[in-house]
Design a protein around this ligand. Structure first.
Ligand SMILES: *Cc1c(COP(=O)(O)O)cnc(C)c1O
Length: 826
């Protein structure tokens, strides 16, 4: 908490307008995260993804009265008469200044963690190990960026005894800023990998940059067996203050004597200045063990007594890194958040739910277990929880656990509540069966075993799933945004159910990356998005005469490709009293699909100029061969024709329509012709038509082995008896066939699937609902084992398309809707 006066001083404001004194409790940078407007300072950031100043009026209407901005105050003050404004040159820098000044007041230890992998896990493990002894504030989830770090550090309270913060960087120079905000007294550098390597020339440059975080730290923990990190530490002159731990070097301050795993636990034995000890932990994977050793090293520095509380190590909870979103029964969506169950995490999960739940039709349901080991008095804790649920307008609350049962009264304001002492009690009741058309958030401490609830609520008819990484979609979109100018607008193509991915989830994700338009093929698809509360402008590429009404009713903007369609839409617009109804003019520049020819332009220009009922928002064309260098002359010719036709059209109009011609392949190879807007399609889904590097895999098709069989030599397999082998083979049968979109051409060894590390060819013909694969060479195959059909670096959708002579677009578009979509954010 800081007064507005202190903040003005911290940020060295150029200008301010203060109507009311105020104590700032919370900082807000993302307008969509608002829950409670009182005593909030909104910081209008200008980033690659958007401009926060756009949301000021809207936030003012919702009750926010403090704004930190970088544009002149008077324009905003007029529209928001009772608000306080502080103006600076750079709002991001101001946010960082605020956090830095806040940090200066805090005198207790602060742990700073950096590295490529494992930051969040080390942070969460340290929190789990120390929270019973100390009051701790830590970064929520993985808030480790130039924005996330100051927001996290701002949460430090005077009563805290320890802060734990992550720092992540993507470019040289960033760590210095983060260092000044976090000022770690103890540092941890986890592993260094190639993530975000693109902006660094060498790995050692990146290590050097990361080590900036520790210039003033008293001690630094690292893995001394990692040669590059060790060298970096030496070069930076930090070795005097370091605790390198080693498995090889017996003279290391912390020597790891042995690591011995059985089925699911591991004993870690170590020696520290003559003291020897063994700790048992409930993990066996290498990454978790390293993360725990980092924690041991930190604790040795800072609270060695905790090492004698061996039970805490056995009670470490695995840290799930993602919120899982699943399609459920009865129109429900299920968000399964087993990350952890403290107040902070609840706040973040509710924010996620709020964004997902559609305002119109979907209710918000929360199933919450008792919050254990929070370090806060239960009375105070559950009062805050109840307050938070009210702010988030939860429609139905289901409390599980004795503590919650005792405090039913606190939740009296929520329209519908149910309480159960235990998870089995809830399972036995009919309460879950009655929920429909809701977005259900499951948030339970581990011992409440909420996985059962998740299984019960999510559909389990078909064992084949399409896993969709929404974060990768957002990242890919930003990747293409970085290839165009910040002022160029972007349309995202979500036609054909978002290339098979599911257009609603996609649209919802894209809305948060601040793109400008969505485009669908049919009016029906647009209607569906509107009904589910997508409010971005939507283009309809193939409007049909029977859907005019729907267009107007749902504010869908048609593509106009002929005079017939143009005259009809003008007639309709006039009849319903429209003014400047947005339409988009399609020019045929040589692909010879839909569109006006160059000769049509004068007539078209005159009609548009004479009819203010409609307005050509944009004029565009489509490239036929932007991915084929041998046809570049043709492509240049298309672009030239388009430019000429659009300029000519403009000369007739009293306004200027946006011009656009580039699709994904075009953005990759012809970005000089981006004009005012580009249209992104397949690239968003992770497929680069020109095989450029940098995209993330979005879609993974997976299935499960139904049965494993040994087939003697000479026996046929499948329809047509075509899978005869001259040796005995072992086959696995999978519940996926051509009715799911797994093409029949992939049969008889053309296609392969990935089981463990093995690529297994199909065997026999693909059936309608099943197929068979050869698993003779795969050790220990079992029923129920997971199989990947595509979406792995070893088995890409491009591989499959080339095997059957098609393109990834087709394979995605034919995926049946019966394949259950699972959405998640990494
Ligand atoms: C589908 C489509 C796109 C996107 O094409 P990609 O090759 O997937 O990038 C762009 N423009 C129009 C008119 C389209 O129909």
């Amino acid at each position: 908490m800081e007064t507005i006066k202190t903040i003005i001083k911290s940020v060295k404001a150029k200008d301010s307008l203060i109507k009311n004194e105020c104590q700032i409790q919370a900082l807000l940078t993302d307008s969509r995260s608002l829950t409670h407007p009182i005593d909030v300072l909104f910081i209008a950031l200008c980033t690659r993804h958007g401009d926060g100043h756009k949301y000021i009026e809207e936030l003012y209407k919702k009750g926010i009265t403090n704004f930190l901005i970088s544009k002149p105050i008077p324009g905003f003050a007029k529209k928001c008469p009772n608000a306080n404004f502080i103006r600076v040159d750079d709002t991001l820098k101001a946010l960082q200044d605020i956090a830095r000044e806040h940090r200066k007041k805090f005198n207790n230890p602060v742990i700073g963690i950096t590295g490529s992998n494992g930051k969040t896990i080390v942070k969460e493990f340290l929190n789990q190990l120390l929270r019973d002894d100390l009051q701790i504030t830590r970064s929520p989830r993985s808030y480790n960026s130039q924005i996330g770090v100051p927001l996290s550090v701002w949460n430090l309270k005077p009563s805290d005894q320890l802060g734990i913060f992550e720092a992540g960087i993507s470019k040289p120079g960033e760590m210095e800023t983060l260092e000044r905000i976090i000022k770690p007294t103890i540092g941890v550098i986890t592993s260094i990998g190639s993530a975000h390597q693109e902006n660094f020339s060498t790995l050692s440059e990146k290590i050097e940059e990361k080590l900036h975080l520790f210039v003033d730290s008293d001690c630094i923990v690292y893995n001394a067996d990692d040669k590059q990190i060790s060298a970096g530490v030496c070069n930076a002159g930090l070795d005097g203050r370091c605790i390198g731990w080693s498995r090889i070097d017996t003279s290391a301050p912390l020597f790891i004597q042995s690591i011995v795993s059985d089925e699911d636990t591991t004993d870690i034995s170590f020696r520290y200045f003559g003291m020897e000890q063994t700790l048992k932990v409930p993990f066996t994977d290498k990454a978790s063990i390293e993360d725990i050793i980092h924690c041991i090293a930190v604790i040795l520095q800072f609270r060695p007594a905790v090492l004698s509380k061996k039970e805490r190590f056995m009670q470490l909870d695995p840290v799930a890194m993602r919120l899982e979103l699943k399609g459920g029964n009865s129109g429900n969506t299920v968000i399964n958040d087993s990350y952890n169950n403290d107040f902070n995490a609840l706040e973040i999960a509710l924010d996620f739910q709020k964004r997902r739940a559609r305002k119109a039709d979907t209710r918000k349901v929360l199933v919450l277990s008792d919050i254990l080991e929070s370090g806060i008095l239960p009375e105070t804790l559950y009062e805050s929880v109840a307050e938070l649920l009210k702010e988030c307008e939860i429609d139905q609350f289901i409390g599980v656990g004795k503590d919650l049962c005792k405090r039913k009264k606190l939740f009296a304001d929520i329209p519908q509540t149910d309480f159960f002492e235990s998870t089995p009690d809830l399972m036995e009741s009919k309460v879950l069966d009655m929920i429909s058309n809701s977005c259900i958030l499951l948030k339970g401490a581990r011992q409440f075993k909420f996985e059962q609830l998740c299984d019960k609520l999510s559909r389990q008819i078909h064992e084949t799933t399409l896993e969709i990484n929404l974060q990768a979609i957002a990242n890919n979109t930003l990747f293409y945004k970085s290839k165009i100018k910040p002022t160029t607008k972007m349309v995202c193509m979500v036609k054909a159910q978002g290339y098979g991915v599911g257009s609603y989830e996609l649209a919802k994700t894209l809305q948060s990356t601040h793109i400008d338009y969505l485009a669908v093929a049919l009016a029906d698809e647009g209607k569906e998005l509107r009904e589910r509360d997508i409010d971005l402008p939507i283009m309809v590429m193939n409007p049909e005469r029977s859907t005019w009404r729907m267009l107007f009713d749902y504010r869908l903007e048609p593509e106009i490709f002929s005079f017939g369609i143009l005259n009809e839409i003008i007639g309709r617009a006039a009849a319903t009293g429209q003014h400047a109804y947005p339409i988009h003019i399609k020019i045929d520049s040589g692909m010879h699909r839909l569109g006006f020819g160059p000769d049509d332009i004068p007539k078209l220009g005159k009609i548009l100029a004479a009819h203010p009922e409609v307005r050509a928002m944009s004029v565009f064309s489509h490239l036929a061969a932007a991915d084929d260098p041998s046809l570049d002359e043709f492509t240049h010719n298309q672009i030239h024709k388009f430019e000429k036709a659009s300029k000519e059209l403009q000369s007739y109009l009293p306004y200027k329509p946006l011009m656009h011609i580039l699709n994904t392949a075009g953005i990759e190879r012809f970005s000089e012709y981006q004009f005012d807007m580009v249209r992104l399609g397949i690239g968003m889904y992770g497929c680069s038509p020109n095989k450029i590097e940098g995209l993330e895999t979005v879609i993974k098709l997976r299935s499960t082995i139904l049965q494993v069989k040994d087939i003697p030599a000479g026996e046929p397999i499948g329809y047509g008896c075509l899978g005869v082998h001259d040796k005995p083979v072992k086959i696995a049968i999978l519940p996926i066939g051509y009715a799911d979109g797994y093409r029949r051409q992939l049969g008889r060894g053309v296609g392969k699937v990935l089981i463990g590390d093995h690529l297994c060819p199909t065997i026999g013909n693909i059936c309608m609902d099943t197929c068979m694969v050869d698993v003779t060479d795969v050790p220990n195959v079992t029923e129920g084992q997971k199989v990947t059909l595509f979406g792995d670096p070893r088995l890409t959708i491009e591989d499959l398309s080339s095997w059957v002579g098609t393109i990834p677009y087709e394979l995605l578009a034919v995926l049946s809707t019966r394949v259950k979509r699972i959405y998640f954010k990494e």
